[in-house]
Design a binder for this molecule. Structure first.
Ligand SMILES: Cc1cc2nc3c(=O)[nH]c(=O)nc-3n(C[C@H](O)[C@H](O)[C@H](O)COP(=O)(O)OP(=O)(O)OC[C@H]3O[C@@H](n4cnc5c(N)ncnc54)[C@H](O)[C@@H]3O)c2cc1C
Length: 258
């Protein structure tokens, strides 16, 4: 099982991007500057920003669910957050980013992003291990922050069918799902506002349905990308209680609930 925690946090001012930037440099992370070429609101809480890649895609190549670490400015302090590439095009040197909007520096940057704005990026930690054998069925649990990765995953694993539990405060209408109704069963799960249940409703929905669905799938693959706590709870559940082998489970917390 790939259960990763995504390191994030504020960074002391100093050379470059502070201590974490220095560590990433030692690990041969690559720094690039992206330039905004356009942006549009997809829904009231979801915004797409188009960018040129500063030479990144030619240097790094592309893989499904690929993400980058962006360095946002938080009143003079570098603020690193991860975002997933949408439609990366190495020949053109372009891609888009899709932002689930909420409180926070990254969201604030996206809300006002306009042509000519720039943002620094580091490429480190992103990878994609293709499940082998190919999944007979994908079981995915995510939310608007992981929608770009979910779209990329389902595209990469086509023609595998999928069941998706998708937690959101808003209706799913207008969100840029690239799912196909014939193959993908998307099950909306309402996220309470404020989210005081720590993902309990989402966990309950998954637990109520997943065991029986797994019995009908000879080579299941489970992909979990929710807030960190829910991701941990669900990954532990599918591994320990449902007994899925580690190579059939991918779990990565995408954000930390406040
Ligand atoms: C590998 C990876 C890829 C990712 N790709 C994307 C992507 O393509 N698009 C995308 O929108 N996000 C993506 N995320 C999630 C994104 O990095 C986080 O949501 C991040 O915390 C946003 O930073 P911020 O500065 O806006 O808010 P923060 O300063 O981190 O948080 C501010 C407040 O907002 C809350 N918050 C943070 N994120 C969310 C959220 N997603 N939903 C609800 N409340 C939230 C926090 O609990 C806190 O109270 C990805 C994360 C990872 C690990």
């Amino acid at each position: 099982m790939v259960v990763e925690s995504y390191a994030k946090g504020e960074h002391a001012m100093g050379q470059g991007h502070g201590w974490e930037g220095a560590v990433l440099k030692l690990l041969r992370a690559k720094d690039f500057v992206f330039t905004v070429t356009g942006a549009e609101d997809v829904t009231g809480h979801y915004r797409r920003v188009h960018l040129t890649d500063g030479g990144m895609l030619a240097a790094t190549g592309v893989h499904p669910t690929m993400w980058v670490r962006l360095w946002f400015d938080n009143a003079g302090t570098p603020h690193q957050r991860a975002y997933t590439l949408v439609d990366p095009d190495p020949a053109a040197g372009t891609f888009s980013l899709e932002f689930a909007l909420h409180e926070g520096c990254a969201s604030d940057w996206a809300r006002t992003a306009k042509p000519g704005d720039t943002i620094e990026a580091t490429v480190h930690g992103t990878d994609f291990r293709r499940p082998d054998p190919e999944p007979s069925h994908v079981f995915a649990i995510g939310d608007p922050a992981s929608l770009p990765a979910l779209n990329s995953l389902l595209d990469a694993l086509a023609p595998a069918p999928a069941t998706v539990w998708f937690e959101s405060t808003e209706t799913l209408d207008g969100l840029p799902f690239r799912t196909t109704p014939a193959r993908h069963d998307v099950r909306p799960v309402v996220r309470p506002v404020p989210r005081q249940d720590s993902g309990a409703h989402l966990v309950a929905q998954v637990k109520a349905a997943l065991p029986d669905l797994l019995k009908a799938s000879p080579e299941p693959y489970v992909w979990i990308a929710c807030d960190t706590a829910t991701t941990r709870t669900l990954s532990s559940y599918v591994r320990k209680e449902l007994g899925l082998p580690k190579q059939r489970v991918h779990a990565l917390g995408y954000w930390r609930a406040g």
